[in-house]
Structure formats: structure tokens, C-alpha cells
Design a protein around this ligand. Structure first.
Ligand SMILES: [Zn+2]
Ligand SMILES: [Zn+2]
Length: 338
């Protein structure tokens, strides 16, 4: 089959590799749409993500929708989103419902488990989320990052009309903003140094925008907001979030920093008495993600700024890495638009 593999830093190649061989409990799917995620960009730009070294050559891609070919209970041709998180199901954390924290997780597109930037993948039937009428493949692929946003808001524990800042308006931030609104947020301030991303935030319903934390203090008369959700790739993101939140406020850190380290000004977070929550992927959130899209509560169209075929993947990553052409989220469509 045709696939795109990462061979090294900024080195993606469109090649032919063997078709996936399904395990007895797996079905084969034809990939229809794959979102390019910020976490994929860590592999692409740094050759690692957090403590995980990238393998070479390696197939990335964990936000995806596909068509059932044969096998399993679903009719051939069914369009599905695929939950990339295959947790063990039996450890202490899985049994407690924290499948996102399973130490034995097999996550599609994270080494050593190949991802979806290819024509075909194998997955287990219980990982498939059949898409309702009217969902196209790109919408199905976006359910995964929407799930990340839902999990972040679950951790944010917003009170009705709580003021919120979203720091970092990439795709995750753009989805966090929309889910925060659904959760009853009051004033939402969107923070991003890039003006085109601040403009996107306004389009998605942010009440105010700011280029940095000082801007959040400006629009809140120096108080700061009740809750900050941080979704940047910057080691400075958490510090900016801590500056933007009020005394006694709450931070939810969703972003993955370049270089695997971030630092806080200790006096700042200590004196404010902040509650800081780390958000890790997501739990069982696909049903709510589907409902949000069905109810028209979430817009993906302004977030998906670019589409490519499989051969265009290297171009898509280069665009994303350098923030070119107003890019927010690229979707790769193996086999053309579905
Ligand atoms: Zn992702
Ligand atoms: Zn487990």
C-alpha cells in the first residue's frame, strides 16, 4: 500500500510498504481522513515527543476516520472514526475508568505502533465509532482532537459563567474554546501571538482576544480569569497561563512543550494558590463528541484550513511546522475526498 513514513527530522517520504496484517481480533479499514496533530509535529521537528523517541521509518497519524472493508459486525463501506487508544483494560487505572492513563496503552501513531497516514489500517471492532448520517471523513477525524478538548473541560470543572482564557489557538485551543462555551463559560479570552489565530478565535465566539498574558490582565482589570486552559507547544505556555489566571484560580495544561520541559515562576503559582491539573489525552468521550457535532455545537470548518491527498503529507507538515498560509489544522485524505 501507499503510506507516508517519517525517516528523520523534517524527512517524510511517500512510499510503498506492506499492507497491514490484521490480528485475529482486528478488521482492515481503508483510511479516508487523517488530521495532522501538534503531537505529530513533535516527532517531525524534534525526533521525539516527551520521553518517547521517534522510530525511523515510522507511520504517524492518530486522528482518523476510515471505511470498513470487511470483517466485524459493521457492513462494508461503513464510515467510522477510530479511537487510537487501546488500553489494557485490566490494570488498576483502566479498571478505575482512567483508560487514558494506562501504562500498557497501545496508541495508534505513537512508536512502536504505526499510525494512519497510509491507505489501510487494522483496528479492533470495539475501537470503531460508526459515524452518523451527514458526517464526512474529515469530521470523523476531528472527533479525536474534540475528545481531547472535552477531556480538558471535564478537568476544568467550570462554574456557570466562570471567566476563561484559552492560551494557544491551534486546533486544540479552537476546540477547547467551543467546548468551554458549551460548558457554561462566561467571558472567554483567547490568547495567541499570531493575529490570524486570534481572528479565528473571534470567529468562534471568543469575547476578547489578547496576544499575551498581559492582554488578559488588561481586559480583566488586572484580576485575571477564573480558569485558564493552556494548549500551546511552548515551554513558556504554562507560565503565561499562570500569569493570566486569578488568585485561587485553576489551570488545566493540555499542551505538550517542545523539549519536554516547562517552568513556572514558583512565587507566582504559590502566592496565587493555584490548582494545576495536567490533561492527558482523553477518556471515553467519543459519544459526547459525536453528539456535539450533531447538535451543531461545534464548528470544524474554520479549524480545518487545509486538505491534502496522501502524497501531499510532506507539504502539509512543512506548512504546519512553519505556521504558513494561515494554517490551523491540515487533514490528509488518502484516496481523495470522502
Ligand atoms: Zn492528536
Ligand atoms: Zn490499563
Amino acid at each position: 500500500m501507499r503510506a507516508v513514513r517519517l525517516h528523520g527530522i523534517r524527512d517524510l517520504r511517500f512510499e510503498t510498504i506492506p499492507d497491514p496484517v490484521p490480528a485475529p481480533d482486528e478488521v482492515v479499514l481503508a483510511v479516508k481522513a487523517v488530521g495532522v496533530c501538534g503531537s505529530d509535529l513533535h516527532h517531525y521537528l524534534e525526533g521525539s515527543i516527551g520521553a518517547i523517541q521517534s522510530e525511523a521509518p515510522f507511520v504517524l497519524g492518530h486522528e482518523f476516520a476510515a471505511e470498513v472493508l470487511e470483517g466485524g459486525d459493521l457492513p462494508a463501506g461503513t464510515l467510522v472514526a477510530v479511537d487510537p487508544n487501546r488500553s489494557c483494560g485490566s490494570c488498576e487505572w483502566c479498571r478505575d475508568g482512567h483508560t487514558n492513563l494506562c501504562p500498557d496503552v497501545r496508541f495508534t501513531g505513537v512508536p512502536p505502533y504505526p499510525g494512519a497516514l497510509s491507505e489501510y489500517v487494522a483496528a479492533r471492532p470495539q475501537e470503531l465509532v460508526p459515524l452518523p448520517e451527514g458526517f464526512d471523513a474529515a469530521t470523523g477525524a476531528l472527533l479525536e482532537p474534540l475528545g481531547v478538548a472535552i477531556h480538558a473541560l471535564d478537568l476544568a470543572r467550570l462554574k456557570p459563567l466562570a471567566s476563561v482564557a484559552v492560551v494557544g489557538l491551534g486546533a486544540i485551543g479552537a476546540l477547547v474554546l467551543q467546548v468551554a462555551r458549551m460548558c457554561g463559560a462566561g467571558r472567554i479570552v483567547a490568547v495567541d501571538p499570531l493575529s490570524y489565530r486570534r481572528q479565528l478565535a473571534s470567529e468562534l465566539g471568543a469575547d476578547a482576544v489578547a496576544a499575551d498574558a498581559a492582554g488578559v490582565l488588561d481586559v480583566t482589570d488586572g484580576r485575571g480569569v477564573d480558569v485558564v486552559l493552556e494548549a500551546t507547544n511552548s515551554p513558556d505556555g504554562p507560565q503565561h497561563a499562570a500569569e493570566a489566571v486569578r488568585v485561587g484560580g485553576r489551570l488545566v495544561l493540555v499542551g505538550i512543550p517542545t523539549g519536554n520541559r516547562f517552568a513556572f515562576d514558583a512565587a507566582l503559582v504559590r502566592r496565587k494558590g493555584l490548582t494545576i491539573k495536567m490533561s492527558r489525552r482523553m477518556r471515553h468521550v467519543y459519544p459526547r463528541a459525536v453528539q456535539m457535532v450533531q447538535a451543531g455545537k461545534v464548528r470544524f470548518d474554520p479549524v480545518v484550513t487545509h486538505r491534502f491527498d496522501l502524497a501531499g503529507t510532506p507539504e502539509a507538515f512543512a506548512l504546519q511546522a512553519d505556521y504558513l498560509d494561515g494554517v490551523v489544522k491540515s487533514v490528509i485524505q488518502p484516496g481523495g475526498p470522502a
